[in-house]
Design a protein around this ligand. Structure first.
Ligand SMILES: Cc1cc2nc3c(=O)[nH]c(=O)nc-3n(C[C@H](O)[C@H](O)[C@H](O)COP(=O)(O)OP(=O)(O)OC[C@H]3O[C@@H](n4cnc5c(N)ncnc54)[C@H](O)[C@@H]3O)c2cc1C
Length: 350
């Protein structure tokens, strides 16, 4: 078979269990229909005919029987094909808690600070980040300067799937110096598969930042759940995870001067939990260059797990320039949360 594909793949195509069906048919049966797909959109980003859809719906390829060119790209990069869950805190060179003196973020603003410092060090010329509109739809964005990271719509955590990998593909086409990206652990696993297999990703993606993640949601389901509690997305100021679920800060009053906190408990989360999150055990994104979250840090600080040389260099720069305030981190709390995710999300290969 002639391989029609944009990328120069380094590895052979995996064998198809269903030989009489195209590769997407196999992905559909053994990953999507089996409830394993994490919606990381790595397949969407590499499909040469742009047939695989992401967005706010389960991954699909309408008319795949006709339009799929059977190149196998989707299966090559799918982190849930032959799925072996990653878990634990992973290898690291440093764990710390820090608060940026330059960026006001979801927690300590350190995800923004790390990207800004990567710009300053000349490691990257763009970063793929997730911004939002007024009603919290995730909006994929490429920032080209550190200053752009000051936008509060970029800083906040959006608890909805975003097509990060698609934007990352576009960024890798255009970069000269390199790209940084913020992503959830499943996307980091997709990226690692891509980096192992496609040279241009390994060359161009200089910094992969994983956000800690217990779960993510489809926007339409999260907004419906909030609507049922009388909350309009446009009045949401911030959402953040708690020990018992999700806390949503809602602005009230004529000028939005009062803040009411609405708790979404674990049972409510279970009702809209996407199937792919039910089998995910990776809380921190063990394959990233650096993981950033709030677990383990004092209020208003970010926890940072530094894994790669590049990330270490950036953290050294942040210290040298006195760009952040540092605090003690509770590693046991992070490990406990990692363990908690394994317990909550058991997976046995069928
Ligand atoms: C879906 C999700 C679940 C999370 N669950 C947990 C958790 O259980 N425990 C925990 O400790 N922390 C969790 N976090 C991480 C936490 O909310 C903060 O993102 C993290 O602490 C970094 O804060 P900061 O102030 O350093 O980041 P900031 O400097 O404010 O930067 C935030 C960055 O997050 C990126 N971002 C926002 N939404 C998304 C998204 N949907 N996909 C990819 N990138 C995004 C933006 O691009 C931005 O650069 C989660 C984040 C997300 C998006």
């Amino acid at each position: 078979m002639t391989e029609v594909c944009y990328f120069e793949w380094r590895v052979k195509l995996p064998k198809k269990p269903l030989r009489d069906q195209k590769y997407f048919g196999n992905l559909k049966k053994f990953v999507i229909d089996a409830g394993l797909c994490s919606h990381c959109t790595t397949c969407t980003s590499v499909c040469p005919v742009y047939g695989i859809t992401g967005g706010d719906k389960p991954i699909d390829f309408p008319n795949w029987e006709k339009d799929c060119i059977d190149c196998g790209s989707c299966i090559r990069v799918c982190p849930r094909w032959g799925y072996e869950p990653k878990n634990g805190i992973g290898n690291y060179v440093e764990i710390t808690a820090a608060k940026s003196k330059r960026f006001k973020g979801q927690d300590g603003g350190m995800a923004s600070e790390i990207i800004a410092s990567a710009f300053e060090l000349g490691m990257i010329d763009r970063a793929v980040v997730v911004s939002r509109d007024d009603v919290w739809h995730p909006v994929m964005t490429q920032v080209r300067t550190a200053k752009q990271l000051g936008d509060e719509k970029i800083a906040s955590s959006k608890y909805s799937f975003a097509d990060v990998m698609v934007e990352l593909r576009n960024a890798t086409y255009n970069t000269r110096k390199g790209v940084a990206v913020t992503a959830t652990p499943c996307m980091i696993s997709g990226l690692k598969k891509l980096e192992d297999e496609v040279a241009s990703y390994k060359q161009n993606v200089k910094l992969a930042i994983s956000l800690f993640c217990m779960e993510n949601f489809y926007y339409h389901q999260l907004s419906e759940l909030l609507a049922n509690k009388g909350i309009e997305m446009k009045s949401v100021g911030k959402m953040h995870v708690t020990d018992n679920g999700l806390a949503v800060e809602v602005s009230e009053g004529e000028a939005g001067e009062y803040i009411r906190v609405v708790e979404i408990n674990e049972e409510e989360i279970e009702e809209i939990l996407p199937s792919g999150c039910r089998v995910c055990q990776d809380f921190v994104g063990v394959e990233s260059d650096v993981s950033v979250g709030s677990e383990g840090s004092p209020e208003g600080f970010s926890t940072i797990i530094v894994r790669s040389e590049v990330a270490k260099k950036i953290m050294d720069h942040i210290r040298e320039k006195d760009y952040a305030e540092f605090a003690e981190v509770d590693v046991d709390a992070i490990e406990k949360r990692c363990e908690n995710k394994i317990q909550k999300r058991p997976y046995r290969r069928g």
